[in-house]
Design a protein around this ligand. Structure first.
Ligand code: PLP
Ligand code: TYF
Length: 397
């Protein structure tokens, strides 16, 4: 049966972590995977999460099945976080939200739903994008193409190129957009650019799919949510995937959600019934624990305030590390890297070539992806000088 099965390549990003674990160099630094680490290089357990879990342990509950679309209160909390508690769309019953297995699971639910609704549509993703966008939408049956995004010359977004590509897309084309903290480049659109994207989506009858994996990591929870609200004001139907992996440091619990904006409440009910089939035929219903943590935190004013504070600390520390990296590079003799502080979110597109990234790995045990992406959220006072010197060394020769 399987004799003809070929060996698949490892995941470009998660495979790096395997390589990193096997590396015996004591100075090794993993800047490959997008995981936030604290000032001591540790994956944090947020205090709000710990408190929520303590409450849950104090009131043990039996482990029944969940509803197909997840915990109802969780779904409501997510809606309010993403669209704003006062959103007219929520009041009109136009948004359905289903708990999903992380942001990836939300994207896959959305992809499978869209494949049912518009099987002929093409998918456009940014060039470059998170590797899994291409793979996930291809596996869901779509042809995936790219719109221009990163401009290596100006170190920013090629907004005109992006808009031209969106305007050239056929009606019904699904456009995957990074709502904030673009992965891998770290360059986001300005509010005025988003309006141009929305113009193109509305004029061209495109289907926008906003991937929100880092709400709160750019400017703040409300500020980063403004992109979704801008779409809500002008676009009749669109999708939003949410991930709490990073913002709650709940990576392994697989907590996320898919929200679908529909024309009216009746349409929303029909779409939800179809989405439930997608869920049921994949995994029946989602796990409880991670969503219960998020629901507990978001539903309790004290824990929620603590979360806002802890998320702010993560965001601020990343910003400090961006500045420290620019300074570390200057100290190591590398000028002109100020653009690192223009970028937002977990990543920096360092501008290093594939060969330089491979040398960083093999000679200095500093792990980033071949595309030149490094995870700034894994830098700390203890490794930043070494990372800066290693980058300087591979840039020199
Ligand atoms: N979308 C983007 C842009 C991401 O960077 C990530 C990273 O993890 C995801 C989706 C997936 O999130 P999750 O780990 O919650 O599946
Ligand atoms: O881009 C990243 O590093 C994160 C984590 O298949 C990730 O989004 C990477 C690859 C993958 C799943 C998650």
């Amino acid at each position: 049966l399987f004799s003809g099965v070929e060996q698949a390549p490892p995941d470009a990003i998660l495979g790096l972590t395997e390589q990193f674990k096997a590396d015996t160099n004591p100075r090794k630094v993993n800047l490959g995977v997008g995981v936030y680490q604290d000032a001591n290089g540790k994956l944090p357990l947020l205090r709000c999460v710990e408190a929520a879990e303590q409450r849950m342990v104090a009131t043990p509950t039996a482990k029944g099945y969940q509803a197909i679309d997840g915990l109802p209160t969780y779904d409501t909390e997510v809606k309010e976080l993403v669209f704003g508690a006062g959103s007219p769309l929520l009041a009109a019953g136009r948004v359905i939200t289903a708990q999903a297995l992380g942001g990836t699971g939300a994207l896959k639910l959305g992809a499978d739903l869209l494949r049912q609704v518009s099987p002929e549509a093409k998918v456009l993703i940014s060039n470059p994008s998170w590797e899994n966008h291409q793979a996930l939408f291809t596996r869901a049956g779509f042809t995936v193409e790219k719109y221009r995004y990163y401009d290596a010359q100006t170190k920013g977004v090629d907004v005109d190129g992006m808009i031209a590509d969106l305007r050239a897309a056929a009606p019904g084309t699904i456009v995957v957009l990074h709502a904030c903290c673009h992965n891998p480049t770290g360059y986001d659109l300005a509010p005025a650019d988003w309006q141009r994207v929305i113009d193109a989506v509305v004029d061209g009858h495109l289907t926008a799919f906003l991937d929100m994996a880092y709400q709160g990591f750019a400017q703040g929870i409300e500020e980063d949510g403004a992109v979704v609200r801008a779409f809500a004001e002008r676009v009749g139907s669109f999708l939003v995937s949410t991930s709490f992996s990073k913002s709650f440091s709940l990576y392994g619990e697989r907590v996320g959600a898919l929200s679908v904006v529909c024309a009216d409440a009746a349409e929303a009910a029909r779409v939800l019934s179809q989405l439930k089939i997608v869920i049921r035929t994949n995994y029946s219903n989602p796990p409880t624990h991670g969503a219960a943590i998020v629901e507990t935190v978001l539903g309790d004013p004290e824990l929620r305030a603590q979360w806002v504070e802890e998320l702010g600390q993560m965001r601020d520390r990343i910003k400090q590390m961006r500045t420290a990296l620019v300074e570390g590079l200057v100290a190591a003799g590398v000028q002109g890297r100020e653009y690192i502080t223009d970028q937002v979110g977990m990543f920096s597109f360092s501008g290093l070539t594939k060969e330089q990234m491979q040398r960083l790995r093999s000679e200095y045990a500093v792990y980033g992806t071949d595309t030149g992406r490094i995870c700034v959220a894994a830098l700390n006072e203890g490794n930043i000088a070494y990372v800066s010197e290693s980058i300087a060394a591979v840039l020199k020769d």
